[in-house]
Design a protein. Structure first.
Lengths: 567, 372
C-alpha cells in the first residue's frame, strides 16, 4: 500500500517536475493538474520532463482562479483519476507545485501506514476559526458570490452588502454542516471515494459552486460525513499572514524547516535553490523523528505580525510614521525631566548621576545647544548638539536620543530659559517623568544682579513661560508623571522631594540618601523677591518664600541640623 | 531667549471638536480635491518635460529588449569609472539588471566601459544636468519607455541597494512578495558611509575596488523625519554631512529618503530625484492597517549605501563647484564644496562599522516588515 500524490500546479513548472520525480522515486503515484492558464509550451516541457516516470500522469485541465470552484473541480478530477488508476493507494495527499516534502517520503508512508483509517484534514466549524479574511466566515455558505474577489472586488463587495441588506440567505442542503480548514489534506481511499461517488454529489457540487473559497470547505465539510477518524490538522505546514497570504519560505528558513519535523511545507519560493536541493536530495541518515512540531515557525511568524502592527516603541523610520497620538509609545524608554533643580542645587547633575547611575544631561534644550552628559558635541551615534539641527525637528531629535540610548533612563535639566517647543511632546508621552521646582528661574537672576529693570523684565517673561509650561503639564492631555513643588517648599524641606524622586525612579533597592546635593547660597534672596514684588510683580510660582531663610544659615550647616529621617 | 510657548491646552495635532461642525469634512474634501488636481497638473508637466528632454538622449546601440521578469536599473552617470565596475557587479548579484544608463558627458572612459558591458543599454547626452531637473526628466523618459509594467530600480552610481535579507533573497523574491500585497514601491534610507580617516587620506581608489572596504563607518543615529503633507512622503534628513556641514542651516541638509524600487506604471513620474514620485500613493511606503488607526509595518525598507565620500570626492567637489550643475541654488553650496575639498574627518565616538543588513535592522534604520 502506498500514498498517492495529487499535485495542483500553476507556476514554476520545472519545480513541479522535480517534485513529481521525487515522489515517484519514492514509490508514490502522482497525478498532476496543470492550470489551463499555463501555456502549451511550458506544459509540453513538463510532460517531457516526466515522460520517463510511469506512475506520473496528468488529468483534465481546468482554468483555475483563487477562491473559486475551479480549484475543487481540478482536485476532484485528479483525485478520481488517482483512485481509478492506482489500486494500491490507501491515502491520497493533496499538494501543490510549491509544496516541498521536508522529511523522506518513506517516513510519511510509515506514518500513514500506522494510521490506516485516519484522515488528516483540518476541519473546524465556522464559529471556531479566526483566520477568515474579509470578514466572511459563516456567510461564505449562505450568500452567493457571482463576482471574482480578485478581479471584480468592487462588485464583489457590493454584492455582499446588497445581500446582507436584503437579508438574503441561501438554504444549506441537508446533511451539510459547514466546516473550514486548510486546503491541503491527506484523506483515506474510503473517505475520498465516498465523497466522490456519493449519489448526492451533483446536488452538493451545485451548492458549493456558489460558496466562497470552496477549496477550503468542500472536502473539509464532506469529510465529516464519511470519515471514521478525523485528525483535524493538516500534514502540510502552511502559514498565513495577516492578509490571508501564505508565507513564503526562502533559503534562510532551511534550519527552521529542518527542525519543524513537518512532512510537507508550503509555500516554497521557486528560486530558493538551497531549499529545493536540500530537501529533494536522497535521504541521508536522519535521526529518528516523531510528530511534526511547527511551534518554532509559529513563534517566528507571530513575532512578525506583532512587529507589523505595533512596531518597536519609539522607533520611527521610512516605513512607519504614525499619526500623532497613535504611536506605540512616542519614545522607547522612560526618561526624566528636572526643572529648577540645577538652579537650586550645586552640581545637581553630578549628584543625580551618582545616585541613579545613569545618563544625566545638562540642559538638553539650551538655546546655545544641547548640553550632553559627556559634554560632547555629538552624542549616541551621531546626534548633533547644534541648536539649529535640534530645533529643526526637536521631538524627532529627542526620540532619536532615547531610542539610541535605550536601556538607560535619560535624565536632563529643563527650564523656562530653554527652547520650549518640545514641551508638548514630552508631557504627552507616557514615558515622561517631570520633577519641577517652580520659580527656580529667579535664582540666577538674583545671583547675576545687574540692572534691576532688565531683571524685572526677564523675571516676568520667565514666569509667563513657566506658567504656560505648568499648565501643559497639568492639562488632561498630559500623560507624563509630574511632581511639582514651589521653590519655597523645596527650600524649606529640601530632602523630601529628593528622596521621593530617588524612591520613584531610582534603582529598585531604594537606599536612604547617602549624600545630599548642596543648596546654593540664598542669603538675600527674600529681599530680592520682595524687591520684585515691590516693582509690581506677582510671584505665584515661587510660593511663600520665608523671610528668614538666611537665618537657617549656610546650607551645609542647615543640613546638619535637619537630618533627613528615614522611616 | 526662549520662545514663549502657546498655552493652549491641547497638544499639537489634537483638533478641537466643534459641536455640529458638519462643514469641516466638506471643506477638507474640497481642499483635498484641489490638491489632487494641482498634483495631477504637476505630474503631467513632469511627463511633458520628460518627453522634451528625452530628445536630447542619443542611444548608443540598439534599443533594448528587456527580458520578461527582469528588474532593470535606471541611472544617470557622469565620470564614474571608479565606482561603476563594483556597482554593476553588486546589483547583478542582488538580481537586478539589465542597466538602462544615461551617460551625461563623461570623459574619463565611463562611456567605453559601459559600452563593453553586455547588459548595459546606454544613452548619451551633452545637455545640461541641471536643465533636465538633475536627471529626473531623462529618467522619467526612459522609465516610461522601458520600465512601464515592471519593477524598476532607480539609483545613482554612488548608491548600493542593501535590502533586507541581502545575500539570501534576491530582488525577484522581494518584488514577488510586494506584488502579492499590492505594494507598488519600497522606501529606503540613504546611509552616508565615510572612511575611518579624514576623507581623501586613505589609499587612492582604483576602478573595480570595493567602496565598502574604503568606507567602513556610518552614523547609527541623528536622523530626523517630517511627514510632508502634500506628497505624503517622510522627509528624512541627517547623517554625517548634516552633522558637519549643515548645523547652522539644517533645512538644507541632504534628503535621505528614497524610492529605489517602484513598479512603474504609465503616467508615473519622479518628482525630486528618486526621493519622491507622483502619484502620491507611491510615496506611501507606510500604510494604515485596514480598519484600525495603527500603522502597517508590512513593507520592508531598505538602505542605500551612499559611497559619495570616496577619496576622489575632493577633486570632484572642486569640479562640481565650478560647474554649478547640482542643487537648486549652487552658489549657496559653495561652503559645502569647500568643506569637502578640505578633506573633513567624519569620525566620532559613536561611529559604527557597517556589518550587514541585520545590524541596520537592529539599529532601526531598515526593516524586513512582514517579509519574514
Amino acid at each position: 500500500m502506498t500514498v498517492g500524490v495529487v499535485m495542483l500546479v500553476h507556476e514554476a513548472l520545472h519545480r513541479a517536475g522535480e517534485l513529481a520525480r521525487h515522489w515517484s522515486d519514492a514509490g508514490c503515484p502522482v497525478v498532476i493538474h496543470v492550470d489551463s492558464n499555463v501555456g502549451d509550451a511550458a506544459f509540453a516541457r513538463l510532460r517531457g520532463a516526466t515522460a520517463d516516470l510511469g506512475r506520473v500522469t496528468f488529468c483534465k485541465r481546468f482554468r483555475c482562479e483563487w477562491g473559486t470552484w475551479s480549484l475543487v473541480q481540478a482536485t476532484q478530477a485528479a483525485a478520481e483519476q488517482m483512485l481509478r488508476q492506482h489500486e494500491d493507494v490507501r491515502h491520497v495527499y493533496l499538494t501543490s507545485g510549491s509544496c516541498l516534502p521536508l522529511r523522506p517520503v518513506a517516513e510519511l508512508k510509515d506514518y500513514l501506514a500506522a494510521r490506516p483509517r485516519t484522515d488528516f484534514i483540518e476541519s473546524a466549524t465556522t464559529a471556531d476559526v479566526a483566520w477568515t479574511v474579509g470578514g466572511l466566515s459563516a456567510e461564505r455558505f449562505t450568500l452567493r458570490f457571482p463576482f471574482s474577489w480578485r478581479r471584480q472586488r468592487a462588485l464583489f463587495d457590493r454584492a455582499v452588502a446588497l445581500q446582507r441588506r436584503a437579508g438574503y440567505r441561501r438554504r444549506i442542503p441537508p446533511g451539510i454542516e459547514p466546516h473550514l480548514g486548510s486546503q491541503w489534506w491527506c484523506l483515506t481511499r474510503q473517505t475520498l471515494s465516498a465523497i466522490l461517488t456519493d449519489p448526492a454529489r451533483a446536488e452538493r457540487d451545485r451548492y458549493f459552486r456558489q460558496v466562497w473559497i470552496p477549496d477550503e470547505s468542500y472536502f473539509q465539510t464532506l469529510a465529516r460525513n464519511y470519515a471514521v477518524n478525523i485528525e483535524s490538522r493538516s500534514l502540510t505546514l502552511s502559514k498565513f499572514d495577516f492578509q490571508g497570504k501564505p508565507h513564503i519560505f526562502y533559503d534562510d528558513h532551511l534550519q527552521l524547516l529542518r527542525r519543524s519535523d513537518c512532512f510537507v511545507a508550503r509555500k516554497i519560493w521557486p528560486r530558493a535553490d538551497r531549499l529545493w536541493a536540500a530537501f529533494l536530495a536522497p535521504p541521508a541518515d536522519m535521526p529518528e523523528r516523531s510528530e511534526p512540531q511547527p511551534g518554532k515557525i509559529d513563534r517566528l511568524f507571530a513575532r512578525a505580525v506583532e512587529r507589523r502592527t505595533r512596531g518597536r516603541p519609539g522607533l520611527f523610520m521610512q516605513s512607519r510614521y504614525p499619526r500623532e497620538g497613535f504611536e506605540n509609545g512616542k519614545t522607547a524608554n522612560p526618561f526624566s525631566v528636572f526643572e529648577g533643580f540645577d538652579r537650586l542645587f550645586e552640581d545637581f547633575e553630578g549628584w543625580l548621576g551618582r545616585a541613579l547611575g545613569t545618563d544625566v544631561h545638562g540642559r538638553l534644550f539650551d538655546e546655545g545647544g544641547a548640553r550632553f552628559a559627556d559634554g560632547g558635541d555629538v552624542h549616541a551615534g551621531g546626534l548633533p548638539a547644534a541648536p539649529a539641527v535640534r530645533d529643526h525637528n526637536c521631538h524627532h531629535w529627542f526620540r532619536s536620543l532615547v531610542w539610541n540610548t535605550r536601556g538607560k533612563r535619560q535624565c536632563f535639566m529643563f527650564g523656562p530659559e530653554d527652547a520650549q517647543d518640545i514641551t508638548w511632546h514630552l508631557s504627552a508621552d507616557g514615558n515622561g517623568d517631570f520633577s519641577v521646582i517652580t520659580g527656580a528661574w529667579a535664582i540666577p537672576l538674583f545671583q547675576q544682579g545687574g540692572d534691576f529693570a532688565e531683571t524685572r523684565r526677564l523675571a516676568s517673561r520667565l514666569q509667563r513661560i513657566e506658567q504656560g509650561h505648568v499648565e501643559i503639564l497639568r492639562s488632561p492631555h498630559s500623560r507624563a508623571r509630574t511632581r511639582i513643588w514651589s521653590l519655597s517648599d523645596v527650600v524649606l524641606h529640601p530632602m523630601a522631594p529628593l528622596q521621593q524622586i530617588l524612591d520613584e525612579i531610582g534603582p529598585k533597592a531604594a537606599t536612604p540618601l547617602a549624600e545630599a546635593p548642596r543648596m546654593v547660597d540664598l542669603s538675600g534672596f527674600s529681599n530680592f523677591l520682595r524687591a520684585l514684588k515691590n516693582q509690581g510683580m506677582h510671584l505665584p510660582l515661587v510660593g511663600d518664600f520665608p523671610a528668614e531663610v538666611e537665618v537657617a544659615g549656610p546650607p551645609s550647616e542647615r543640613r546638619r541640623r535637619r537630618p533627613y529621617l528615614v522611616k | 531667549m526662549a520662545v514663549a510657548y502657546g498655552t493652549g491646552l491641547r497638544p499639537p495635532g489634537v483638533r478641537r471638536r466643534v459641536e455640529g461642525a458638519t462643514y469641516e469634512p466638506l471643506r477638507g474634501a474640497a481642499r483635498e480635491a484641489a490638491l489632487a488636481w494641482k498634483l495631477r497638473w504637476r505630474r503631467l508637466h513632469r511627463l511633458r518635460d520628460a518627453r522634451h528632454s528625452g530628445r536630447d538622449l542619443v542611444p548608443l546601440g540598439a534599443p533594448p529588449r528587456l527580458p520578461a521578469g527582469a528588474i532593470p536599473v535606471f541611472a544617470v552617470v557622469r565620470d564614474e569609472i571608479e565606482r561603476l565596475p563594483h556597482w554593476l557587479e553588486w546589483h547583478r548579484r542582488i538580481g537586478a539588471g539589465p542597466f538602462v544608463v544615461v551617460d551625461n558627458g563623461s570623459s574619463d572612459g565611463t562611456t567605453e566601459l559601459l559600452l563593453g558591458e553586455e547588459d548595459v543599454h546606454l544613452w548619451r547626452t551633452e545637455a545640461s544636468y541641471r536643465a533636465s531637473r538633475f536627471g529626473v526628466d531623462w529618467l522619467n523618459h526612459l522609465l516610461r519607455r522601458h520600465g512601464t509594467g515592471r519593477w524598476c530600480v532607480v539609483l545613482d552610481a554612488d548608491e548600493l541597494l542593501l535590502a533586507p535579507h541581502h545575500g539570501v533573497r534576491d530582488l525577484r523574491a522581494l518584488t514577488t512578495w510586494l506584488d502579492g500585497r499590492g505594494g507598488r514601491s519600497m522606501g529606503a534610507l540613504m546611509l552616508d558611509l565615510y572612511p575611518d580617516a579624514p576623507v581623501g587620506a586613505g589609499p587612492a581608489f582604483a576602478p573595480g575596488d570595493d567602496p565598502l572596504a574604503a568606507l567602513t563607518l556610518f552614523d547609527p543615529d541623528g536622523y530626523r523625519g517630517t511627514r510632508q503633507r502634500v506628497l505624503r512622503n517622510l522627509w528624512i534628513q541627517g547623517g554625517p554631512r548634516d552633522r558637519l556641514f549643515h548645523r547652522a542651516a539644517p533645512r538644507r541638509a541632504p534628503t535621505l529618503n528614497k524610492l529605489p524600487l517602484v513598479r512603474w506604471r504609465k503616467g508615473d513620474a519622479l518628482v525630486n530625484s528618486a526621493h519622491t514620485a507622483l502619484p502620491r500613493g507611491l510615496n506611501d511606503v507606510w500604510e494604515r492597517v485596514p480598519g484600525t488607526p495603527a500603522q502597517d509595518l508590512a513593507r520592508p525598507v531598505a538602505a542605500l549605501l551612499h559611497t559619495k565620500l570616496l577619496p576622489m570626492i575632493r577633486a570632484r567637489s572642486a569640479i562640481e563647484k565650478a560647474r554649478g550643475e547640482h542643487f537648486h541654488d549652487p552658489l549657496g553650496h559653495d561652503g559645502y564644496y569647500d568643506a569637502l575639498i578640505a578633506g573633513p574627518d567624519f569620525r566620532h565616538g559613536g561611529s559604527l562599522a557597517l556589518e550587514g543588513w541585520e545590524q541596520l535592522e537592529r539599529l532601526g534604520l531598515i526593516t524586513r516588515g512582514a517579509w519574514t
